[in-house]
Write a protein that binds this ligand. Structure first.
Ligand code: RP5
Length: 159
Protein backbone atom coordinates (compact mmCIF):
# COMPACT_ATOMS: atom_id res chain seq x y z
CA UNK A 1 0.00 0.00 0.00
CA UNK A 2 1.05 3.59 -0.72
CA UNK A 3 0.69 6.19 2.03
CA UNK A 4 -0.29 9.55 0.54
CA UNK A 5 -0.09 12.50 2.91
CA UNK A 6 -0.10 16.27 2.52
CA UNK A 7 0.21 19.29 4.74
CA UNK A 8 -3.18 20.81 3.97
CA UNK A 9 -6.40 20.09 2.12
CA UNK A 10 -5.28 22.91 -0.19
CA UNK A 11 -2.58 20.51 -1.47
CA UNK A 12 -5.15 17.95 -2.58
CA UNK A 13 -5.76 19.48 -6.00
CA UNK A 14 -2.10 18.69 -6.78
CA UNK A 15 -1.83 15.45 -4.81
CA UNK A 16 -4.93 14.01 -6.48
CA UNK A 17 -2.68 12.95 -9.37
CA UNK A 18 -0.86 10.53 -7.06
CA UNK A 19 -4.23 9.13 -5.99
CA UNK A 20 -5.26 8.83 -9.66
CA UNK A 21 -2.08 6.89 -10.46
CA UNK A 22 -2.77 4.41 -7.65
CA UNK A 23 -6.35 3.98 -8.86
CA UNK A 24 -5.19 3.47 -12.46
CA UNK A 25 -2.80 0.68 -11.43
CA UNK A 26 -5.10 -0.83 -8.81
CA UNK A 27 -2.59 -0.16 -6.04
CA UNK A 28 -4.18 0.33 -2.61
CA UNK A 29 -3.44 3.55 -0.78
CA UNK A 30 -4.33 5.46 2.35
CA UNK A 31 -4.67 9.22 2.30
CA UNK A 32 -4.50 11.76 5.12
CA UNK A 33 -3.76 15.37 5.97
CA UNK A 34 -0.68 15.49 8.19
CA UNK A 35 1.05 18.79 8.86
CA UNK A 36 4.66 19.04 10.04
CA UNK A 37 3.98 22.39 11.72
CA UNK A 38 0.32 22.22 12.72
CA UNK A 39 0.12 18.56 13.78
CA UNK A 40 3.71 17.55 14.56
CA UNK A 41 2.74 14.76 16.97
CA UNK A 42 0.34 13.25 14.41
CA UNK A 43 3.15 13.39 11.84
CA UNK A 44 5.53 11.45 14.09
CA UNK A 45 2.83 8.91 14.94
CA UNK A 46 1.93 8.52 11.26
CA UNK A 47 5.53 7.89 10.24
CA UNK A 48 6.26 5.55 13.16
CA UNK A 49 3.22 3.34 12.51
CA UNK A 50 3.10 3.42 8.70
CA UNK A 51 5.00 0.15 8.17
CA UNK A 52 2.80 -1.82 10.59
CA UNK A 53 -0.30 -0.55 8.72
CA UNK A 54 1.10 -2.12 5.55
CA UNK A 55 2.45 1.05 3.95
CA UNK A 56 5.46 0.26 1.73
CA UNK A 57 6.23 3.73 0.41
CA UNK A 58 5.13 7.21 1.46
CA UNK A 59 4.27 10.06 -0.92
CA UNK A 60 4.32 13.33 1.02
CA UNK A 61 3.35 16.67 -0.49
CA UNK A 62 3.68 20.11 1.06
CA UNK A 63 4.22 23.72 0.11
CA UNK A 64 6.08 26.72 1.47
CA UNK A 65 8.40 25.75 4.32
CA UNK A 66 7.71 22.19 3.26
CA UNK A 67 9.16 20.12 6.07
CA UNK A 68 6.68 17.23 5.97
CA UNK A 69 8.54 14.81 3.62
CA UNK A 70 11.89 15.33 5.35
CA UNK A 71 10.53 15.03 8.86
CA UNK A 72 8.57 11.90 7.96
CA UNK A 73 11.76 10.46 6.41
CA UNK A 74 13.59 11.18 9.66
CA UNK A 75 11.43 8.72 11.62
CA UNK A 76 10.76 5.90 9.15
CA UNK A 77 12.87 3.47 7.14
CA UNK A 78 10.23 3.38 4.40
CA UNK A 79 11.12 5.20 1.19
CA UNK A 80 9.67 8.71 1.11
CA UNK A 81 8.85 10.58 -2.09
CA UNK A 82 8.48 14.33 -1.66
CA UNK A 83 6.17 16.47 -3.79
CA UNK A 84 6.90 20.21 -3.66
CA UNK A 85 3.51 21.91 -3.94
CA UNK A 86 3.34 25.42 -5.33
CA UNK A 87 1.20 27.02 -2.63
CA UNK A 88 -0.50 30.35 -3.29
CA UNK A 89 1.81 32.41 -1.10
CA UNK A 90 4.97 30.83 -2.45
CA UNK A 91 7.91 32.46 -4.22
CA UNK A 92 7.29 30.66 -7.51
CA UNK A 93 7.48 27.36 -5.64
CA UNK A 94 11.23 27.56 -4.99
CA UNK A 95 10.54 27.56 -1.25
CA UNK A 96 8.74 24.21 -1.56
CA UNK A 97 11.33 22.70 -3.93
CA UNK A 98 14.37 23.63 -1.87
CA UNK A 99 12.76 22.71 1.47
CA UNK A 100 12.14 19.18 0.20
CA UNK A 101 15.20 18.74 -2.03
CA UNK A 102 18.03 19.87 0.23
CA UNK A 103 18.02 17.00 2.72
CA UNK A 104 21.09 16.29 4.84
CA UNK A 105 23.11 13.15 4.15
CA UNK A 106 21.64 10.07 5.82
CA UNK A 107 17.98 11.09 5.47
CA UNK A 108 16.99 10.71 1.81
CA UNK A 109 13.81 12.03 0.23
CA UNK A 110 13.20 11.29 -3.46
CA UNK A 111 12.06 14.70 -4.65
CA UNK A 112 9.94 15.03 -7.80
CA UNK A 113 9.22 18.16 -9.83
CA UNK A 114 7.14 21.08 -8.58
CA UNK A 115 3.53 19.84 -8.44
CA UNK A 116 4.87 16.50 -9.71
CA UNK A 117 2.38 14.29 -7.90
CA UNK A 118 1.73 12.16 -11.00
CA UNK A 119 5.36 11.06 -11.14
CA UNK A 120 5.43 10.64 -7.36
CA UNK A 121 2.51 8.23 -7.63
CA UNK A 122 4.14 6.37 -10.51
CA UNK A 123 7.47 6.16 -8.70
CA UNK A 124 5.73 4.76 -5.62
CA UNK A 125 4.04 2.16 -7.83
CA UNK A 126 7.38 1.30 -9.45
CA UNK A 127 8.95 0.78 -6.02
CA UNK A 128 6.13 -1.60 -5.09
CA UNK A 129 6.46 -3.20 -8.54
CA UNK A 130 10.01 -4.34 -7.73
CA UNK A 131 8.54 -7.23 -5.74
CA UNK A 132 5.17 -7.56 -7.48
CA UNK A 133 5.00 -9.07 -10.97
CA UNK A 134 1.38 -8.09 -11.57
CA UNK A 135 2.17 -4.42 -10.99
CA UNK A 136 5.42 -4.68 -12.96
CA UNK A 137 3.45 -6.07 -15.92
CA UNK A 138 0.98 -3.17 -15.72
CA UNK A 139 3.88 -0.73 -15.66
CA UNK A 140 5.34 -2.37 -18.75
CA UNK A 141 1.99 -2.02 -20.55
CA UNK A 142 1.91 1.65 -19.48
CA UNK A 143 5.35 2.22 -21.03
CA UNK A 144 4.22 0.60 -24.28
CA UNK A 145 1.11 2.83 -24.33
CA UNK A 146 3.31 5.92 -23.81
CA UNK A 147 5.46 4.84 -26.73
CA UNK A 148 2.41 4.29 -28.93
CA UNK A 149 1.13 7.80 -28.12
CA UNK A 150 4.39 9.35 -29.29
CA UNK A 151 4.35 7.24 -32.46
CA UNK A 152 0.83 8.55 -33.11
CA UNK A 153 2.07 12.14 -32.62
CA UNK A 154 4.91 11.43 -35.00
CA UNK A 155 2.47 10.26 -37.69
CA UNK A 156 0.24 13.31 -37.06
CA UNK A 157 3.21 15.66 -37.40
CA UNK A 158 4.19 14.13 -40.71
CA UNK A 159 0.62 14.08 -42.15
C1 RP5 B 1 1.78 23.94 3.92
O1 RP5 B 1 1.32 25.23 3.80
C2 RP5 B 1 0.79 23.09 3.20
O2 RP5 B 1 1.42 21.93 2.71
C3 RP5 B 1 0.27 23.97 2.09
O3 RP5 B 1 0.95 23.74 0.86
C4 RP5 B 1 0.60 25.37 2.59
C5 RP5 B 1 -0.62 26.23 2.78
O4 RP5 B 1 -1.52 25.58 3.65
P1 RP5 B 1 -2.96 26.23 3.91
O5 RP5 B 1 -2.72 27.55 4.53
O6 RP5 B 1 -3.64 26.31 2.57
O7 RP5 B 1 -3.67 25.24 4.84
O8 RP5 B 1 1.90 23.53 5.24
Amino acid sequence: MVGIIMGSISDLKVMQEAVDACNEFGVPYEIDIVSAHRTPLKMIEYARTARERGVQVIVAGAGGAAHLPGMVASVTTLPVIGVPVKSSNSIDGWDSVLSILQMPGGVPVATVALNGAKNAGLLAIQIIGVGNKEIADKLQAYKIALEAKVEEMSLQAKA
